[in-house]
Design a protein around this ligand. Structure first.
Ligand code: HEC
Ligand code: HEC
Length: 310
């Protein structure tokens, strides 16, 4: 309860709460004392003196006892509650209770409950776990919670978010446990610098783009591809002379039919002109090493079929 913008408001809030409760008690006390009809004592027929429809009279009976006690208990309960729990401005309460601490206790309890299971999983390699249905069931749920918003609920990704069901050749890194665990833990940055200036004119750039298209057997313009071939040396440092990429620096294979950033002349021209800066945030702050171990096994189990989405 430290979200007040200045020292006045906690007192204001606490004041209103206490005054309201005390006003309730006062109301009860006064209601017990009040005589509504000043003449009632004279007449003493136990009415308030109010008359409707000629002969309907309002009686002046006392409040039922059970109701009165309930009212008193409510007032006592409210004061006790506000003494123990944080409810009065920034007063923390005798118990020092907070939702955050309660949540932490719950999380600790849950972790302790699943610890033996995770210990069993951690004792096995990621590869072995990728065949364990119990680990995969947990890994799948973890994937849905923390990965699917980017990689899709089926792991097939979308534009700029890698398809994790691809075979090794279409991966940015090596498709193995070490790379997967490391990527989840620390995230990764895919960096291609803008290459427009190094390649040359607009038509030089489209020439290289057509050469790149030719590498994957996509439809391309032969003359342009022929002209673009020499210019491809500017790309070779990262993508290799044969265009098959370099997993050490995350430069993708340009000879397969998987296009992380979209297929076609326009997409390739844009990659050359503006480069790419593709970031996966580190997941270590959200997941424990044991959870990463299990979700990595799930990723490894996602087939690794050679197929790819365009
Ligand atoms: C905020 C979006 C985002 C989230 C969340 C995310 N990723 Fe990624 N992930 C990416 C991007 C973007 C890349 C590609 C980075 C690059 O281009 O180098 C990537 C790359 C990867 C790779 C490497 C693929 C390859 O071809 O080498 C793996 C494995 C991976 N993610 C697994 C996961 C898992 C498992 C989770 C959940 C624990 C996860 N990611 C959560 C965006 C995300
Ligand atoms: C400094 C290294 C480097 C150089 C030089 C480089 N690239 Fe790249 N390129 C990369 C990296 C890394 C990526 C992946 C970025 C990511 O992770 O999203 C990439 C991605 C691409 C893509 C997108 C691939 C896809 O699957 O969508 C294309 C196309 C591409 N590069 C073409 C080229 C061409 C053509 C050249 C030469 C003009 C070139 N690159 C030069 C490092 C480089």
């Amino acid at each position: 309860m430290s979200d007040f913008i200045n020292g006045f408001w906690p007192w204001y809030v606490a004041g209103i709460s206490l005054v309201s409760i005390l006003a309730c008690a006062l109301l009860l006390w006064l209601a017990g004392k009040a005589t509504v009809n000043p003449n009632a004592n004279l007449v003493d027929d136990n009415t308030t003196g109010h008359v409707w429809d000629e002969d309907l009279r309002e009686l002046n009976n006392p409040l039922p006892r059970w109701w009165m006690w309930l009212f008193i208990l409510t007032v006592i309960f409210a004061l006790g509650y506000l003494a123990i729990f944080p409810g009065l401005g920034s007063y923390k309460g005798l118990s020092q209770w907070t939702t955050l601490a309660e949540h932490k206790v719950d999380v600790e309890r849950l972790r302790a409950d699943v610890a033996p299971l995770y210990a069993e999983f951690s004792a096995q390699s990621v590869e072995a776990l990728s065949h364990d249905p119990r680990a995969l069931a947990i890994g799948e749920r973890q994937f849905m919670n923390t990965c699917s918003q980017c990689h899709g609920s089926d792991g097939r990704g979308s534009k700029s978010f890698p398809n994790l069901t691809n075979g090794n050749a279409a991966w940015l890194g090596e498709r193995n446990a070490e790379h997967i665990v490391q990527t989840i833990t620390n995230g990764r940055v895919g960096m291609m610098p803008p290459m427009g200036a190094a390649v040359g004119s607009e038509s030089d750039i489209t020439d290289v783009a057509h050469y790149v298209l030719s590498l994957s057997g996509s439809p391309y313009n032969e003359v342009k591809a022929f002209n673009g071939k020499q210019k491809f040396v500017t790309c070779a440092a990262c993508h290799g002379l044969d265009g098959k990429g370099n997993k050490l620096i995350g430069a993708p294979n340009l000879t397969d039919d998987y296009w992380l950033h979209g297929w076609g002349e326009a997409a390739i021209v844009s990659a050359i002109k503006y480069g790419k800066n593709n970031v996966m945030p580190a997941q270590a702050p959200k997941l424990t090493p044991e959870q990463i171990h299990v979700v990595a096994a799930y990723v490894l189990s996602l087939g690794g079929s050679p197929q790819a989405a365009k």
